[in-house]
Design a protein around this ligand. Structure first.
Ligand code: TLP
Length: 344
């Protein structure tokens, strides 16, 4: 095999020729003035598909989460989330550094926090304490191996939040994977949250771009935050066209990624010295290496010598992610590499 099988992330996909054509042909205008027709159409389309009033196109999943949290809070507010969440681990403490937010990170069960975990952490009014303002969830859950957050639990959390006048944010970077795997619509998921983020640049295969959906007022606040964070873009219809193309052509095919990941999970489970850490529910496979068999560095560099790329995901832990640029034949190739690998 001459090309690399790149399983580091589903962010590595390259735009397909038809997507590049859609990019080339996009009508554009200055989006900060609200003039870009392709962006406006994308925002209206996504708001509609999520059953919400409005949406805001942003450069990245991180910015989507950050403008949403900033729009829902005041400096000094507290956000409850799972300790393994992307917002807590991989957004460079942006919410604290930029928006003055404090986190209360709970130990969820494989990425899922429940009303039983959350309820005792909601603060009573007290002059000494921050105000609990937001509960933040992640679906699918990256560090929990692409786990789907159960809808019933989301419904209960939203009801708890409503009773306490709290807001719910959903980091739905991979909500399309959850939706395709479960058959639950974007709108059903979005009805459990005040703000939802979603990425086009992961399994959906666009080069850049994420979106936040919510009500008009929250999106207007988020729009101002986006400008403050340096994310006001101009003739960005070229990227909205890619996002639009990804919604038209790359949602249903996420099923293939899930099948490939499930197969990869079965292969890994059948090899001595490798242990799958989570059941494979979508497109992410996380497994641990038995220290008597492999070192993490040795394992990853042997894979690389065979033109297979994966990322470290904790001590002795590896993540592999399937996506648009990985076919069933690539998984067969990875199987042969894994089975032939000599312990190091
Ligand atoms: N995740 C990336 C890395 O940052 C770890 C990846 O390779 O999986 N929410 C979730 C659940 C994510 O997994 C990510 C990206 C983001 C938000 C942020 O998206 P970007 O990278 O567009 O800022």
């Amino acid at each position: 095999m001459s090309k690399f099988v790149d399983l580091r992330s589903d962010t590595v996909t390259r735009p397909v020729p038809e997507m590049r054509k859609a990019i080339a042909e996009a009508e554009v205008g200055d989006d900060v003035f609200g003039d870009d027709p392709t962006v406006n159409a994308l925002e209206a389309r996504v708001a509609g598909e999520f059953g919400r009033e409005a949406a805001l196109f942003v450069p990245s999943g991180t910015m989507a989460n950050q403008v949403a949290l900033a729009a829902l809070t005041q400096p000094g507010d507290e956000v409850i989330l799972d300790r393994q969440s992307h917002i807590f681990n991989y957004e460079v403490a942006a919410a604290s550094a930029i928006s003055g937010i404090q986190f209360n990170a709970l130990d969820g069960d494989r990425g899922v926090i429940t009303t039983r975990d959350i309820a005792p952490c909601i603060r009573e009014p007290n002059v000494h304490c921050p105000e609990t303002r937001v509960i933040s969830l992640e679906n699918t859950h990256n560090r929990a191996g692409g786990r789907i957050f159960p809808l019933e639990e989301m419904i209960s959390i939203k009801a708890l939040a409503d009773r306490h006048h709290l807001k719910v944010h959903l980091d739905g970077a991979r909500i399309a994977n959850a939706s395709v795997a479960t058959g639950i619509s974007f709108a059903a998921y979005a009805s459990c949250a005040d703000t939802v983020s979603m990425c086009f640049s992961k399994g959906l295969g666009a080069p850049i771009g994420s979106i936040v959906v919510s009500d008009h007022e929250t999106i207007e606040r988020a729009r101002k935050k986006r400008k403050m964070f340096g994310g006001g873009m101009r003739q960005v219809g070229i990227l909205a066209a890619a996002a639009n193309y990804s919604l038209d052509h790359h949602v249903g095919r996420l099923r293939d990624d899930h099948e490939n990941a499930a197969r990869l999970g079965e292969i890994i489970s059948s090899i001595d010295g490798m242990t799958l850490l989570y059941p494979v529910e979508t497109n992410i496979v996380v497994f641990r290496l038995d220290e008597r068999a492999y070192t993490l560095d040795g394992f990853l560099s042997s894979l690389k010598e065979h033109r297979v790329l994966a990322v470290p995901f904790g001590p002795r832990t590896v993540r592999m992610v399937t996506h648009l640029d990985v076919g069933a034949d690539d998984i067969s190739y990875v199987e042969s590499v894994l089975r032939d690998l000599k312990p190091n």
